[in-house]
Write a protein that binds this ligand. Structure first.
Ligand code: ADP
Length: 269
C-alpha cells in the first residue's frame, strides 16, 4: 500500500470534498481479506511495541481526530488489541475542567506525551482547541487562529526531543455518520455511545469541515504529518491505520537491546 498518498503535504490547501471517504485504494482484497491483514498487522504492532518497550529509547505519539462516529475508539481497539498495556497509554481529551481552562490549552496535553519506550494515543487532542473551540466560538478567533503556529512548535519540540508523531484524521461522510448514529439509537448495546448533543454537532458539519481543512493544511509538517484515512468502510479504515503505524514503527529500526557483557554461555544452576 502506497502510504504517502494518504499523507498531507505541508502547507498545501486541503479540500476534503475532493478526498473519497469510501475508497479501498491500494488494497485488492475484500473485507474478509482486509480484516485478516489488519489482524496480522496488529500482531506486528505488538511485536514492535515489545522492542520499543525493551529498548526504552524511542517514543511514539499517535493522534486521532475525526467527526463523531468516525471510529477513533475502534481503531484503538483494532490496533492495540495485542500490545502489552505496560508501555501503552491512551489519553482521552474531553471538555476541559475548570482547572484545565484556567491554564493555557497545552497544559493538560503535554503530560500525556509518551515517555521513552511508550506508545501514547491521543483520542482527541490539542487539536480540539482549533476545532470545537473555533466552531463554537469558545474563544475569540484572534486567539485560536494563533494556535496552529503554537501547535507546530509544540510538536516540533516533541519531535526534536525524540518523539515520533503520527496524526490520523478519519474522513467520514455525513451519510455514513447518519447510518452510525441510527445504529446507536436502534441498538440497545450502543445507546451509551449516543448523546443528543451529537446531533447539534452534526448540524454544524460544514463549520467542522472548514475547521478540519484548516487544521490539516496548517499543521501537517515534516515532523508531525497528518494522514487522511477514508473512514466510511470500517475494515479499510482500520487497515490503513494499521499499515501507517507499522510502517512508522518499522522506520525506527527498533531492536532488542544487547545483553549485558559476559551473559553468553552463562548457565543457571
Ligand atoms: P468521544 O466523542 O471522543 O468519544 P465524548 O463524547 O465524551 O467523547 O466527547 C468529548 C467532547 O469533549 C467532544 O464534544 C469534544 O469536542 C469536547 N472537547 C474535547 N476537547 C475540548 C476542548 N479543548 N474544548 C472544548 N471541548 C472539548
Amino acid at each position: 500500500m502506497q502510504l504517502t498518498s494518504f499523507r498531507v503535504k505541508p502547507t498545501t490547501a486541503v479540500d476534503l470534498d475532493a478526498v473519497p471517504t469510501r475508497s479501498t485504494d491500494g488494497f485488492s482484497g475484500d473485507k474478509a481479506a482486509g480484516r485478516a491483514r489488519t489482524a496480522e498487522l496488529a500482531l506486528r504492532i505488538a511485536e514492535l511495541q515489545r522492542m520499543l518497550f525493551a529498548g526504552a529509547t524511542e517514543r511514539l505519539l499517535l493522534v486521532l481526530q475525526a467527526p463523531d462516529a468516525g471510529g477513533k475508539d475502534a481503531i484503538i481497539a483494532a490496533l492495540l488489541s495485542g500490545v502489552n498495556p505496560q508501555g501503552t497509554r491512551v489519553a482521552n481529551f474531553k471538555q476541559p475542567s475548570d482547572e484545565e481552562l484556567a491554564h493555557d490549552y497545552l497544559w493538560r496535553v503535554h503530560r500525556h506525551a509518551p515517555a521513552k519506550g511508550e506508545i501514547a494515543v491521543f483520542n482527541r487532542s490539542h487539536y480540539e482547541d482549533v476545532l470545537v473551540v473555533a466552531v463554537h466560538d469558545l474563544v475569540p478567533e484572534r486567539i485560536w487562529s494563533r494556535r496552529y503556529e503554537h501547535i507546530n512548535g509544540f510538536e516540533k519540540m516533541l519531535a526534536d526531543e525524540g518523539t515520533t508523531i503520527i496524526k490520523l484524521f478519519l474522513h467520514l461522510s455525513p451519510e455514513e455518520q447518519a447510518v452510525r448514529f441510527q445504529e446507536r439509537i436502534d441498538d440497545p448495546t450502543k445507546h451509551w455511545k449516543f448523546r443528543r448533543g451529537d446531533l447539534d454537532e452534526r448540524a454544524r458539519w460544514t463549520d467542522y469541515r472548514v475547521a478540519f481543512e484548516a487544521m490539516l493544511a496548517r499543521t501537517s509538517t515534516e515532523w508531525a504529518p497528518w494522514y487522511i484515512i477514508p473512514a466510511d468502510r470500517t475494515w479499510y479504515r482500520n487497515l490503513v491505520a494499521a499499515e501507517i503505524v507499522v510502517s512508522t514503527l518499522e522506520s525506527l529500526g527498533l531492536r532488542y537491546p544487547d545483553p549485558e557483557p559476559g551473559l553468553e554461555g552463562l548457565k543457571i544452576r
